[in-house]
Design a protein around this ligand. Structure first.
Ligand SMILES: *Cc1c(COP(=O)(O)O)cnc(C)c1O
Ligand SMILES: [Zn+2]
Length: 414
């Protein structure tokens, strides 16, 4: 049972059939899934959602599958945590973390988009799947392809973090490391998709893929007791996630599922070494000027973001803002979250925490209002980004232990 009409161009409105398609043939803009919201409104309710399993399929009316999911049944339903010590450190009162660093099966929010895309590949009877990836998508496509029994062709930049490469190869995926940056990888992947007709999740399955990210917005609202927060701070690479979180909230509002109006201000976070969307927002423009990425935040290192135009629009219309932070600030952000809330996030999470700190200092976020930081990935995948002092080594004698602990000052970076 599906409520999907077909696909529709986001800019010119041209309609397309429900099939693998990369973008609009007329204006090259991204395509979106078009739903019959009147029918969804009759089918969906808070009670129906609440009665279902805790995963992203509890919002199935708003996701584009025709049948039941085969893979990705453990994805979604990550914790929303009210912070205590982080809020205190940043001088605010109502700061929540949406913690997708513990998403399943591969510890990032990409498990949501992949869950939708790989199930669509099965529904379309495609013979193989693949992606162009900055790391986390590679992990997630490889794992879900293994579960689906489909061969996977994963294209990555050649100099990706070792943990992200191992965390892809282990699933038996065909990994191709391309000498170039993500934007080079992406260009090559589009050519491969045209030629072979396989399902590339962020190329010809992209309209379906993006829908998985809406579940972050749905979950935040449900976990807040069917309310939209005042502000959301979200990292940006291609700019899809941030746009889809906002769309998810607006859909819930339209369907009458929320107690309040969606006046949520959307804030985007990028690294200073790859900030094309932040740059557009600061120029009060939606036109992206592509950059050459140079940052430790590899998962966000997309110099020519496919949904950048749209993301900049969502940020501006919601009266939010966008900021960037240096690599040193990113590492401080990772440590701050770890030392205050016990959450080890990857570089993208360091970006988001550090940008939140900056926005608070700028007075753009109010100390009393309800804000949600979206933490999108796990720190164990980018462990080399944080340079920490090695442990003190001692002989197994009690007096050496007593000697050693005298050297422990309060080393917290707070
Ligand atoms: C992919 C990714 C993002 C950004 O996603 P977009 O939808 O491309 O903007 C953010 N955080 C992490 C950890 C990611 O892997
Ligand atoms: Zn179009």
């Amino acid at each position: 049972m599906s409520f999907v009409y077909g696909l529709k161009c986001r800019e010119c409105g041209r309609q397309y059939a429900k099939q693998p398609t990369a973008g609009c043939e007329d204006c090259f803009a991204p395509l979106e899934v078009a739903y019959d919201y009147d029918a969804i409104k009759r089918a969906i309710s808070r009670a129906a959602i609440s009665s279902r399993e805790k995963n992203l399929w509890r919002y199935k009316e708003l996701l584009p599958l025709d049948g039941d999911p085969v893979v990705g049944r453990a994805s979604g339903a990550t914790p929303l945590l009210k912070t205590n010590r982080l809020a205190q450190a940043l001088g605010v009162k109502n700061l929540y973390i949406k913690n997708d660093s513990v998403n399943a099966p591969t510890l990032s929010f990409k498990d949501r988009v992949t869950a939708v895309a790989i199930n669509k590949a099965l529904e379309f009877n495609l013979s193989a799947v693949g992606c162009a990836s900055t790391g986390n998508l590679a992990n997630s496509v490889a794992a879900n392809a293994a579960m689906a029994g489909l061969p996977a062709y994963i294209l990555i930049p050649f100099d990706l973090e070792p943990s992200k490469v191992i965390g892809t190869s282990v699933y038996g995926a065909n990994v191709i490391a391309v000498r170039g940056n993500y934007d080079d990888v992406n260009r090559l992947t589009s050519q491969v998709a045209d030629r072979h007709g396989w399902g590339f999740v962020n190329v010809n399955l992209r309209p379906f893929y993006g829908e998985g990210s809406k579940s972050v917005g749905y979950e935040i609202a449900e976990q807040l007791g069917w309310r939209a927060p005042a502000a959301i701070i979200c990292p940006m690479a291609g700019g899809s996630l941030i746009s889809k979180i906002h769309q998810g909230l607006k859909e819930f509002e339209q369907l009458g599922l929320l107690d309040n109006e969606v006046t949520t201000r959307i804030y985007g976070a990028q690294a200073a070494g790859c900030n094309p969307i932040v740059d557009a927002v600061k120029r009060s423009s939606r036109q992206i000027k592509p950059v050459k990425p140079n940052t430790i935040a590899r998962s966000l290192a997309i110099g020519n973001p496919a949904d950048g135009y749209h993301a900049a629009g969502v940020i501006a219309e919601s009266q939010g803002w966008a900021e960037d932070v240096t690599d040193a600030e990113i590492v401080d952000g990772i440590k701050l979250l770890a030392e205050t809330e016990g959450i080890f996030t990857e570089t993208a999470g360091g970006v988001t925490v550090a940008v939140t700190k900056k926005l608070i200092a700028q007075g753009r976020l109010d100390a009393e209002e309800l804000m949600v930081i979206v933490i999108t990935g796990n720190g164990l995948k980018t462990a080399e980004a944080v340079q920490l002092a090695p442990p003190i080594i001692i002989e197994p004698h009690i007096n050496q232990f007593e000697q050693a602990i005298k050297g422990f000052a309060a080393t917290s970076s707070l």
